[in-house]
Design a protein around this ligand. Structure first.
Ligand SMILES: [Mn+2]
Length: 314
């Protein structure tokens, strides 16, 4: 669907329910509340929802939001590539989504109408482009929501999905009145004390194999329990080992069960993470992949070390 058709579609329909994906990120939440506000200003009824309550982390995106009382007629999904991502709380909408606005090349085309631009760094970048193309003036809150979506999906404009268009969209959004520096601090710099403590432990016990060309951190269930931190605090550690200078491979070994470990592998252009994980029946992308290995921690480490040696020697 082109932008002009999308505008016509939004004008002709009403009673919108906007669905966001499970384990919500800044893009899906930003798109949800940004689009909801735009629709309400167009004189439409609109609500936003998620499988679970929206995380506190994004509370600044829905501060003034209130639920409107109406029976939903038009179901929109934002930043959702697959109906599986609706989560159990929204699974009743599977098969009845009217419109999907997304930027994932893997989109399953499950909605009756789809606005898809896989070159956009964030779904929020598509909504911004739509508003600009159709002469829809944004307000400060909508601009803040869309900016947050773009900033979070690009890792604060660091990931390779960032394009000149991404920066142009962000630059125009920064012209509105909201505190982008505070948002980026909240999204990228601030961490809980528990998280800081976990990173401290991980850094302290980091192993440097083969002269530091492979760095390894290990998360045992014992260590995770002892920390007393929420399990979610252990997510997203995989990037940590590769941040050490000289590392070509960064491996995070996380205990799943007594004798089962999950590996997250990150690599620079000198090694293929996906090929490495395939050896153990896993897979993924060339720079980021994963697999599971059975055995005691010692056995798993020995196997992994032997495989790493082959990769680094090869
Ligand atoms: Mn996204």
């Amino acid at each position: 669907m082109e932008f002009a058709e999308l505008k016509k579609y939004l004008d002709e329909h009403d009673r919108y329910l906007i669905l966001t994906h499970k384990s919500p990120d800044g893009d899906t939440v930003g798109c949800g509340f940004g689009l909801c506000s735009m629709l309400r200003r167009m004189g439409k009824q609109a609500n936003v929802t998620n499988s679970e309550p929206f995380p506190d982390r994004y509370s600044f995106l829905y501060e003034g939001y209130y639920t409107q009382d109406f029976e939903p007629q038009t179901i929109i999904a934002v930043d959702i590539a697959d109906e599986q991502l609706l989560g159990s709380g929204l699974s009743q909408y599977a098969g009845r989504i009217d419109l999907c606005i997304d930027h994932h090349i893997s989109n399953k085309m499950f909605a009756k109408e789809t606005v898809l631009d896989a070159s956009a760094a964030a779904a929020a970048q598509i909504i911004f482009a739509f508003a600009e193309d159709q002469g829809i003036e944004l307000n400060d809150i909508e601009a803040m929501c869309l900016y947050t979506g773009i900033a979070t999906d690009t890792g604060c404009f660091k990931f390779s999905n960032t394009t000149p268009d991404t920066h142009i969209a962000a630059a125009k959004l920064m012209g509105y009145d909201f505190d982008f520096a505070l948002i980026n601090r909240k999204m990228f710099d601030l961490k809980s004390r528990a998280r800081m403590h976990i990173e401290q432990m991980m850094t302290k016990d980091m192993e440097f194999w083969f002269g530091g060309r492979c760095t390894v951190i290990t998360l045992t269930t014992e260590l995770m329990e002892k920390s007393g931190a929420d399990p979610a605090e252990f997510d997203g550690l995989a990037q940590l080992p590769l941040s050490v200078e000289g590392a070509v491979m960064g491996i995070t070994i996380k205990q799943r069960h007594e004798d089962r470990f999950k590996l997250s592998v990150r690599t620079t252009e000198e090694a293929d993470a996906s090929a490495f994980c395939k050896r153990f029946g896993g897979g993924g992308h060339i720079r980021a992949a994963g697999c599971e290995i059975k055995g005691t921690l010692e056995e798993v480490k020995a196997q992994v070390k032997a495989a790493v040696k082959e990769v680094l020697d090869g």
